[in-house]
Design a protein around this ligand. Structure first.
Ligand code: C2E
Ligand code: CA
Ligand code: CA
Length: 395
C-alpha cells in the first residue's frame, strides 16, 4: 500500500474525505494539521504529499521549501481555495525547487480529479532518488568536498551566451561540477547547498574563480575575450574582503574587471542585508558587473532591482519555457525586458531550448540568450572547439 500524507489545517472531516477517495485505490492516508506533526509523519516511504497552500498561521510555501531541503522525491499535489493564478505560481515555484509536482487541485475537491492524479502517481514515481543524487548520496560529505576542492576534483564547465543582435557568443557562464574519481560527474545542485551549510562555499568559489582566470588565458590565446559570468552564493555576501580580493585576482590575471559578471541569486537567504549591499556596491565600484540571476523567482524582485546596482538581469528559465503556451509568462518576459532596459540593464534569457522561444525573445527585445538551443555547458576544450565551429558557420 502506498502512503498519502496531507498537510492542511482544515477539520478532520476533510482528511476523512481524502481517505474515502484514496483508500479504495490502495493508499493509506494520514492527515497533518500542523507543520510539526507533518514533519513527524514524513518518512521516506511517503509516495504522495498533498499541500494546502492557504493555511492561516502556517505557510504552504514554507512547507515546499522544507520538502525541497529534504530532497523529497514524493509526488506533490498542491491544492488551495485560492485563485488559479496563485496555484500556478506555486506550482512553478515547486518545480523550481525541484519537487516532483503531480498537479494542482482547487478546493472544493472534485473526487474524479484527485483520483486521476493519484492513479498517475505510479507512472511518475521512481521512489528512488535521481542518479546524480543517489551517486552523490554517500560521497557528498563536508570532508569529501573539502578534499575535492584542494585536490582539484572540481572542474568548471562553460555555457556560451549569445548576443541576439549579432548572433555571436559574447559571454560564458562558469558552472562548477565535481569530477569524482569513482562516481563520475556530480552536478552542483548535489553539493552547493552542502558547501553553503558546511561553510566551505568560499573555498569553492575561489577555486572556481582561480580556474576561470586560468582558463581565460586560453580564451585570450584564441583571440577571444568573452564576458565571464561567475555564480556567487548569497552566503558569500558577508565576506567583506570579496570585492578587493576579486579585483586583485583579476588584475593579477590581467583581466579587465568589466569583463567579469558576478551572478547573485535569492536575496531571501542573505542574512546581513546591509553588509551584502555594501559588498555589491563595492564590486560595482571596482568596475565588476552584477547580474540578478533567476529573476522572477525571488520574493521581492522589484525591491532587488531598486537596491542592487546590477547591470544585468537573467530571466529565469521557467518563464522562458512557459512563454509559448502561457500568456502570462510571455507578458512577464516582455515587461521584465522593458523594465530592465528602462533601468539601463542588459536582459539575458536563460534556458532557451527552441527556435520559437529564440524568435519570440528577439521580438521582445531581449539582449542575450543562453540555453541548450545553442550549447550545453561544456569543458573548456569543447567550448573552444564549439566556438571555432560557430565562427566557420557564420563566416
Ligand atoms: P544557474 O546559475 O541558474 O545555472 C543555469 C543552470 O541551467 C545550469 O545548471 C545549466 O546547465 C542549466 N541550463 C542551461 N541551459 C539550459 C536549458 O536550455 N534548459 C535547461 N533545462 N537547463 C539549462 P547546472 O550547471 O546544473 O547548475 C545548477 C545551479 O548550480 C546553477 O544554476 C547555480 O545556481 C549553481 N552553480 C553552478 N556553478 C556554481 C558555482 O560555481 N558557484 C555557486 N555558488 N553556484 C553554482
Ligand atoms: Ca547563474
Ligand atoms: Ca539562473
Amino acid at each position: 500500500m502506498k502512503r498519502l500524507l496531507t498537510i492542511d489545517d482544515d477539520s478532520h472531516f476533510f482528511g476523512l474525505i481524502i481517505s474515502a477517495i484514496a483508500t479504495p485505490i490502495s493508499f493509506s492516508c494520514q492527515h497533518a494539521r500542523t507543520f510539526a506533526s507533518f514533519k513527524e509523519m514524513l518518512t521516506e516511504d511517503v509516495s504522495v504529499i498533498m499541500v494546502d497552500l492557504m493555511m492561516p498561521g502556517m505557510d504552504g510555501i514554507e512547507v515546499l521549501r522544507f520538502l525541497s531541503e529534504q530532497q523529497c522525491r514524493a509526488g506533490i499535489l498542491l491544492f488551495s481555495g485560492a485563485d488559479r493564478k496563485t496555484l500556478l505560481v506555486a506550482e512553478e515555484m515547486a518545480r523550481e525547487l525541484r519537487l516532483r509536482v503531480l498537479g494542482r487541485l482547487s478546493k472544493p475537491l472534485v473526487r474524479g480529479d484527485l483520483e486521476a492524479f493519484l492513479r498517475q502517481a505510479d507512472d511518475v514515481l521512481p521512489v528512488q532518488r535521481s542518479v546524480a543524487a543517489s551517486a552523490a548520496g554517500p560521497v557528498v560529505t563536508a570532508d569529501a568536498l573539502r578534499r575535492a576542492i584542494t585536490q582539484r576534483e572540481l572542474v568548471v564547465h562553460y555555457q556560451p551566451q549569445i548576443t541576439m543582435a549579432t548572433g555571436e557568443p559574447s559571454g560564458v557562464e562558469a558552472l562548477v561540477r565535481w569530477q569524482h574519481p569513482e562516481h563520475g560527474l556530480i552536478y552542483p545542485d548535489s553539493f552547493i547547498p552542502l558547501a553553503e551549510s558546511m561553510g566551505v562555499i568560499e573555498d569553492l568559489t575561489w577555486r572556481v574563480v582561480e580556474q576561470v582566470f586560468e582558463d581565460e588565458q586560453l580564451f585570450a590565446g584564441r583571440g577571444w575575450a568573452p564576458q565571464l559570468s561567475i555564480n556567487i552564493s548569497a552566503y558569500s555576501l558577508c565576506d567583506l574582503k570579496l570585492p578587493d580580493r576579486l579585483f586583485a585576482s583579476a588584475q593579477a590575471a590581467r583581466i579587465s574587471p568589466d569583463r567579469l559578471i558576478v551572478e547573485i541569486t535569492e536575496s531571501g537567504t542573505i542574512q546581513k542585508v546591509a553588509q551584502a549591499l555594501d559588498i555589491l556596491a563595492r564590486l560595482r565600484l571596482r568596475g565588476i558587473h552584477l547580474s540578478i540571476d533567476d529573476f522572477g523567482t525571488g520574493f521581492s524582485m522589484m525591491h532587488q532591482l531598486k537596491r542592487i546596482p546590477a547591470s544585468e538581469i537573467k530571466i529565469d528559465r521557467g518563464f522562458v519555457a512557459a512563454m509559448e503556451t502561457d500568456h502570462s509568462a510571455e507578458v512577464i518576459v516582455r515587461k521584465t525586458t522593458e523594465i530592465g532596459h528602462e533601468l539601463r540593464m542588459k536582459v539575458v534569457a536563460e534556458g532557451v531550448e527552441t527556435q520559437m522561444q529564440y524568435q519570440l525573445l528577439k521580438k521582445l527585445n531581449c539582449d542575450i540568450a543562453q540555453g541548450y538551443l545553442f550549447a550545453r555547458p561544456m569543458s573548456l576544450n569543447a567550448l573552444l572547439a564549439w566556438r571555432e565551429c560557430s565562427l566557420v558557420k557564420t563566416a
